[in-house]
Ligand binder design. Structure first.
Ligand code: ZN
Length: 289
């Protein structure tokens, strides 16, 4: 609830220890993959927070839970605006939430989890996958099957996608930019302190904040200036602060995703890639007989 807390946060359940990812020796390819994973998750979370900003600044009606709605908006924007890159951006985002779920303490769920304003991490990740396969069954069905989505559900996701697309188009249509530019969207990379120098440099060089700001100004008219900032927050999270009309991406959040990739996801992906190569070798050996 926005009135209870002035902060609307991304709601990450658990994150890898801060900073550990940068202490590991990586090949150039591994480092590139870790950076791409971090940026892809940053793209989705920035759009999620921009969704909160839209709801607040454009006075959008929200039917259902706002946290689910803005996750949906972020996913639809990526599917529609970046068709070439959407597959990898969203696979990385799904993996991010899946891993976050896996690191849940052994105590399992508590009432607080079920009462939370966010859906459970695993539901957030499956909801993104549902919109993917709902938008294009041919392209995404193999992936949805690999992460365990039943075929029946994959097919019914088409309706989820249609309803979501229609809803967001309807509420945003009156605010679409035609001739006039709306209020400015300022971007700022704030002091990174020493601890987060590496991740701050990665974010700054990628221009991921500018990318989000440009998408807003090119497409929509905001009534008042807003800001998107990257900074040290004291926790691994992302926020929209209504009082300040500001989206915040915390360096700690990006840093935790970099570490999550290096320590948990990269070994699994490398293992699967190796198994796939072995299988292909075996098949070609059999074919050669
Ligand atoms: Zn949120």
């Amino acid at each position: 609830m926005r009135t209870v807390s002035s902060l609307i946060f991304a709601g990450l359940t658990a994150v890898a220890p801060v900073g550990d990812g940068f202490t590991q020796d990586l090949t150039n390819a591994q480092r590139e993959a870790a950076i791409e994973f971090t940026l892809n998750n940053s793209r989705h979370v920035l759009l999620h927070e921009i969704g909160h900003l839209f709801v607040d600044q454009l006075k959008l009606p929200v039917l259902g839970r706002e946290e689910d709605a803005v996750d949906t908006m972020a996913t639809l924007v990526i599917l529609n605006e970046q068709p070439e890159a959407a597959h990898q951006i969203l696979v990385d985002t799904v993996d991010g939430w899946l891993y976050s779920e896996k690191t849940r303490p052994v105590r399992g769920y508590t009432n607080a989890d079920f009462y939370g304003m966010h859906s459970l991490d695993i539901q957030r990740s499956f909801a993104i996958a549902c919109l993917m396969v709902g938008s294009d069954y041919e392209t995404y069905s193999t992936y949805a099957t690999r992460i365990g989505m039943p075929i029946d559900r994959q097919k019914s996701c088409e309706e989820d996608h249609e309803v979501a697309e229609f809803g967001w188009q309807q509420v945003l249509a009156p605010h679409t930019r035609k001739d006039v530019f709306g209020a400015n969207v300022a971007v700022e990379y704030r002091s990174d302190e020493r601890t987060y120098r590496d991740i701050a440099a990665i974010l700054r060089e990628s221009g991921v904040l500018e990318e989000a700001a440009d998408w807003v100004t090119k497409n929509y008219v905001l009534p008042r200036p807003v800001r998107i900032t990257a900074e040290v927050c004291g926790e691994a999270n992302a926020f929209y602060v209504p009082d300040e009309r500001r989206v915040i991406l915390c360096y700690e959040w990006a840093d935790s995703f970099y570490s999550m990739f290096v320590e948990e996801i990269m070994p699994i992906r490398e293992h699967f890639a190796m198994m796939k190569d072995l299988k292909l070798e075996k098949l070609s050996a059999l074919g050669g007989r």
